[in-house]
Each structure stands twice: as C-alpha cells, then as structure tokens.
Design a binder for this molecule. Sequence first.
Ligand code: SF4
Length: 187
Amino acid sequence: MKTKTNMYPEAKTWSPFKGCGFDCTYCEASFKRQAKRQQQLCQECYAYEPHCHEERLAKIPSAQIIFVCGNADISFCPRSFTRKIIERIKTHNVRCPHKTHYFQSKKPAYFTPILAEFPDNVILLTTLETNRDKGYRKISKAPRPSVRYQQFKALDYPRKVVTIEPVMDFDLHEFGGWIRSLRPEYV
Ligand code: SF4
C-alpha cells in the first residue's frame, strides 16, 4: 500500500511487511484503521497481524522519502526478510540513489545485528511519546520509554530521527536531555 502522509508530503509508505503486536491504544485510530480498508485483499492486513508480502518487494514507490513498512513495527518481521528488504533497497539505489528510506521501530535493539547492512540513505527512527515509564503499560506493550531510549542510544548508527507522537505528559529537563543525547538529524 502507498500512503501519503501530511507530515512528510514527499513520502510514501512501502509495505512488504505489515502488522504489529504492540497494541498501542492510539494505533486503533491510525494504522489499524488504515489496515481495515484491506479486508477484501488480505485478512492478515485487516487484522494487523505481523506478516510478509514478498510480492511487494519488487515495487518501491516513486517518492523522495520512503517509509519502509510504515504500517507496522518492523521488529516483528523475521530478520531474514528484513535483510531481503535491505538488499532490495541496495539494488534500487543503483537507479535511484537519492531517495531516503526510513526504518522505524519501538524496539530499536532489533536493528543491532543488521546495522552494518544498511546503505547510507537509510535513517532509523523511533517514537518516544514521553520520558515517563509509570503507567505506560496501559498505553502499549512496546518497550517502556526509558528502555526504548537506551536501546536507540546504544545503536552505533549515524542517522537517527525521533518522533514525539502522540505527545504525552513528560518532564522537560529529563526528556530534553534524552533527545539531545540521541543526536537525531531532526525531531
Ligand atoms: S508500535 Fe506503531 S504500529 Fe505498533 S501498535 Fe503501536 S502505533 Fe501501531
């Protein structure tokens, strides 16, 4: 599925993998709602179950910015398949080297074993809604914000972006310190 987003008007989503098991409460109104439009095409998409669409590997959308598996959390994708996605980007780069590809996860440690395989035009992205862990389990099954922050910080990778969405109550000094220490290209 190709999805234009308002936040990145030049972006499209490329979904050779789809779905997520983190069950964020705010996902119902966004990604899961989009997925429900796929009922006629794929029941796993409709149910937002993690699954691969190998047939979609071939067609990378024509856009400057590509959200790779943007309707998913890629940490649920078998790494063997993520490696196929990376290889596909590398072959595509021969013809289209100026695109930027975003891989996003709320479990950044997933990327650790494959960091060296990403080409230069890949940016890694994570979401941090707050610095507060307390009560977070009511929001999501994803790694708690402090764990996610530490995992993202530990990635030895030069190109990072942080999304703060949806913004939850946070502690300005501590959260600001986190964001600065991650040295993202932008927030
Ligand atoms: S991590 Fe992302 S895709 Fe997964 S449930 Fe949360 S908002 Fe949805």
